[in-house]
Design a protein around this ligand. Structure first.
Ligand code: COA
Length: 413
């Protein structure tokens, strides 16, 4: 039996989409095929692994095109890896590994500087040199414990920030602009194009998980839209009490954040508010008078792989000037192994290879983990992942790579 990697075209797209869904234990809805095709999929970035003896698709993979915001505000093209499955009938024969290699090679040819993904299983991607660069929290809180002890809105000051409800059509027109501003100012965030917005705002009954259709509210300050929330209500049995599920909340100012969460925590007949994928440095915990009531479950969010090490390191800015020699060891990419001198001058990095002895030695996965500033090198040293060769090198690395805010990827793919 041979597994061949082939292109995905309009003629095999339906079979490919069914195979993706089967890989995740789901059936496909006919609408889902058209929606993915029209609003999201880039056919020339998709791969079908075909068993040549049956001519059936037994593996799927691909990437969506994104731009990723880096420390300093630059954005770089990113291959957003997704759709990775191998049929249970063809597991452990290397299909997944071959598809990952092809995705990376093609992404590099297109000029992508990094690739990124959300992992269904956290042990799968280190072997392909991905590092966990962004963490986030899922929240739960009983709003009756939602009193603030602190807020960026001074109680003595008049704030003109206010929240109003909008319908789904108005939301479709307003949310992208607010999201785009968040993307510009948030390390680790990715863009959403028009198609992707349609895909995200799809709100038929079958995607609601038993909840209501989406509600939308906007925060406005001085005539500018500075925040939004999309949420659903889940009623408990016949009772009027329910759970408010925050599907997405984005704010581009501290005032919008405080105003939006004051609004959300003020609902009557809500026993619980849940919110997924909140930033790891979100200030809400510090604003609550009884912060332990905000239960936070941490999880891995965006995994990153540097596809072009010098270009990726030169694209971001740094927090401290100096020079560090980074030794990279890689079983999967022996061609990139070696020592890289990262010289920072006036916050900008320049990179060249050297035959000098390195200050620190790590894998590309570890470099990718610290790349966005959300992970500091010290725990990776303590975990035996990064080797500190010269004295003070880890503190230097920390000073250079650290950022003022934690990365956040609001968009799941
Ligand atoms: C994960 C998955 C894609 C792997 O496919 P596959 O074709 O069997 O993977 P490969 O044969 O290329 O294996 C690659 C390596 O990963 C390892 N691996 C893959 N899946 C693994 C798992 N679930 N547990 C442990 N190791 C695993 C293999 O042992 C192999 O390691 P090796 O190179 O050291 O031998 C497949 O099991 C699957 O479809 N799972 C369900 C969907 C899913 O989780 N997709 C990932 C989306 S983020």
């Amino acid at each position: 039996m041979t597994i061949e990697l082939r292109s995905v075209t309009d003629s095999n797209f339906t079979e490919w989409r069914k195979a993706v869904r089967h890989g995740f234990g789901q059936h496909v809805h006919p609408d889902d095929i058209a929606r993915l095709r029209n609003d999201r999929a880039e056919l020339d970035r998709l791969i079908a692994a075909v068993d040549t003896s049956s001519e059936r698709i037994v593996g799927t993979g691909g990437a969506d095109s994104y731009s990723l915001t880096l420390p300093g505000g630059a954005t770089v093209p990113m291959a957003g890896v997704a759709y990775m499955t191998t049929s249970v009938t063809h597991r452990r024969q290397g299909a997944f590994s071959r598809m990952m290699s092809k995705i990376h090679d093609e992404a590099r040819e297109r000029g992508d500087i990094v690739s990124g993904l959300w992992a269904s299983q956290s042990h799968l991607y280190s072997r392909f040199d991905y590092g966990l660069a962004v963490n986030s929290y899922d929240w739960e809180i009983d709003p009756s414990f939602g009193a603030f002890s602190h807020s960026p809105i001074d109680p003595g000051e008049e704030s003109d920030a206010h929240v109003y409800f909008v319908d789904a059509d108005e939301a479709a027109a307003m949310l992208p602009g607010i999201y785009a501003q968040m993307h510009e100012q948030t390390i680790g965030s990715v863009n959403r194009n028009e198609g992707r917005w349609r895909y995200e705002l799809f709100d038929e009954e079958r995607v609601r998980g038993g909840g209501s259709p989406l509600f939308f509210a906007i925060c406005e300050e001085a005539g500018e839209q500075t925040g939004y929330v999309a949420y659903r209500m889940h009623r408990i049995g016949d009772s009027d009490m329910g759970t408010l599920e925050v599907v997405e909340q984005v704010s581009i100012t501290d005032t919008a954040h405080a105003t939006m969460w004051r609004f959300l925590l003020n609902f009557d007949l809500v026993g619980k508010i849940t919110a997924v994928n909140r930033p790891s440095d979100d200030p809400l915990w510090w604003m609550l008078s009884d912060p332990r009531r905000l239960s936070r479950t941490s999880h891995d969010a965006l995994w990153v792989r540097l596809l072009d090490i010098p270009k990726a390191l030169e694209a971001r800015t740094y927090n401290a000037d100096g020079c560090v020699k980074i030794g990279l060891i890689s079983e999967s990419q022996p061609e990139i192994a070696g020592t890289y001198v990262l010289e920072i001058d006036d916050s900008q990095g320049s990179v060249k290879k050297t035959t000098d002895k390195p200050d620190v030695v790590m894998t590309p996965a570890d470099l990718s983990a610290i790349y966005l500033g959300g992970v500091t090198p010290e725990p990776l040293v303590e975990a035996g992942r990064i080797d500190a060769i010269t004295t003070g090198s880890v503190a230097k690395l920390h000073g250079m790579f650290s950022t003022d805010s934690a990365p956040w990827c609001a968009h799941y793919f």
